[in-house]
Design a protein around this ligand. Structure first.
Ligand code: 6PG
Length: 241
């Protein structure tokens, strides 16, 4: 297992400032070290807290390639689209070449797109241990313990040799495309950014009870570093030292 840290913040503001600064520091070191950086972003509402701040503290976007951890199978202009959310709340705030933006085509047939996106990743992201090696993967956690679009009924995606897979949101039946758990755990750095009272129980299960029956509990980088960033509400059931 790689290294793991857990940080708790008293407000969403201090959480967002710290996450944005830490992302910026990572991007600066990767772009200085190797001239480029490959990151994968998640959807949902939490990323909007820190991406807006990140747009203010980092500027060398011509060296950064942005990928998605997952996507809903809807058109790119649909309000449900993770690409649409991140475009509206982040991409429009930064000066980044369009060639550096690697969206998952949610409008296409899921299995075919999972295959196509896997090859797009291989075109840009170096391989280590037989899988793409992202520099930084930014994840959230659902109250059901999902992360990316790996839901509790798809723990097989942590043993998969595939890069991307088609998945289904078990409650809504919405089709998804997701990075596999194998690719996520191959990353150099993984940030789990979690906020809200409704996540307190799952955060306790994962961080205190070491419960690995949930996808977010199986996030365990093989060689990389795992950093949890929690607001006080998400951390409210933890007995942090
Ligand atoms: C998605 C996300 C998903 C998200 C969690 C947490 O497509 O919805 O990738 O995995 O990270 O649901 O979402 P919040 O950050 O909004 O709580």
């Amino acid at each position: 297992m790689g290294k793991r840290s857990v940080k708790k913040f008293d407000s969403l503001k201090t959480l967002a400032i710290s996450v944005a600064k830490t992302i910026s520091n990572k991007l600066n070191s990767f772009t200085a070290e190797k001239g480029s950086a490959n990151i994968a972003l998640s959807g949902g509402s939490t990323p909007q807290l820190y991406l807006e701040r990140l747009s203010k503290v980092f500027a060398k976007w011509q060296k950064v390639h942005i990928f998605w951890c997952d996507e809903r199978c809807v058109p790119p202009n649909n309000a449900e689209s993770n690409y649409n959310t991140i475009k509206e709340n982040f991409l429009q705030l930064i000066d980044i070449p369009s060639i550096n933006i690697h969206r998952i085509r949610g409008e296409d047939e899921p299995e075919a797109e999972a295959e196509r996106y896997s090859y797009e990743i291989l075109d840009w992201v170096p391989v280590e241990n037989g899988l793409p090696l992202f520099d930084l993967i930014l994840l959230g956690v659902g109250a059901d313990g999902h992360t990316a679009s790996i839901f509790p009924d798809r723990m097989d995606l942590f043993e998969s040799e595939r890069i991307c897979a088609a998945a289904v949101q078990p409650i809504t039946g919405q089709k998804r495309i997701t990075l596999t758990g194998s690719v996520i755990n191959n990353a150099k750095n993984i940030f789990m950014v979690v906020s809200g009272e409704e996540k307190a129980m799952i955060v306790k299960e994962i961080l205190e009870n070491e419960n690995i029956d949930y996808p977010a509990g199986r996030i365990n980088p093989v060689n990389g570093k795992l950093e949890w960033f929690l607001d006080k509400n998400a951390a409210s059931m933890l007995h942090l030292k």
